[in-house]
Design a protein around this ligand. Structure first.
Ligand code: ADP
Ligand code: 5GP
Length: 180
């Protein structure tokens, strides 16, 4: 599992790790609208709230949470299949989701990415040009609280400052491939 505040580089790190390990990416379901450039079934399964609730009440989600006002969840089947077949699967999920998965799958590894500075986080999130000013403001405002919450949650194996991308990916790779 990879978590971290908005714009820290989670998607970038997940996709690099998927190539390196190799691993597959767990495509979440969300009620958020697609951003420009995002594709259905590659980035997320974009669903209505009714569809999300149907999936959840039918037991189809490993975990779910409300994040920044939208619902997000991890489809259970892809994770079950990967674990049963000994494949690595990467979940990009928030802290609430990580706590839920850890309680069901204690052997899962979890990493929290930290921005080098708040200013750099702002540059990255603005540079992505996918969110409006109000969305960016709300997400940046939440970052400090999220980092404190993550440190108190006790569900992360490591906190990694995502300064140099290759160094971040290497550090996580080594902990996943040779955990001890
Ligand atoms: P998140 O998924 O956490 O919201 P993204 O992966 O979309 O963040 O990254 C936000 C922006 O920051 C992207 O433009 C990405 O290319 C850039 N980025 C990610 N990691 C780094 C890094 N280590 N150094 C510089 N830029 C980065
Ligand atoms: P974004 O809208 O930027 O793609 O994601 C917003 C937040 O939702 C991020 O913190 C991301 O990690 C989290 N998220 C994405 N998918 C899931 C999921 O399936 N479950 C949970 N709990 N959080 C998710």
């Amino acid at each position: 599992m990879i978590s971290g505040p908005s714009g820290v580089g989670k998607s970038t790190v997940c996709h690099r790790l998927c190539e390196m390990l190799p691993a597959e990416f767990s495509v979440s379901v969300t009620t958020r609208k697609p951003r420009p450039g995002e594709r259905m079934a590659r980035d997320y399964d974009f669903v209505t709230l009714e569809e999300f609730e149907r999936l959840r009440s039918g037991g189809g989600l490993l975990e779910c949470a409300q994040v920044y006002g939208h619902m997000y969840g991890t489809p259970l089947k892809a994770v079950q299949d990967a674990v049963a077949q000994g494949r690595t699967i990467i979940l990009e999920i928030d802290i609430q989701g990580c706590i839920q998965v850890r309680s069901k799958m204690p052997d899962a590894r979890a990493f929290f990415l930290l921005p080098p500075t708040a200013e750099e986080q702002r540059r990255r999130i603005e540079g992505r040009q996918t969110d409006d000013a109000e969305t960016i403001r709300r997400r940046l405002e939440k970052a400090d609280g999220e980092i404190r919450y993550a440190m108190d949650a006790g569900c992360y194996d490591d906190f990694v400052i995502n300064d140099d991308l290759e160094r971040t990916v290497k550090r996580i790779y080594e902990k996943v491939v040779a955990p001890d």
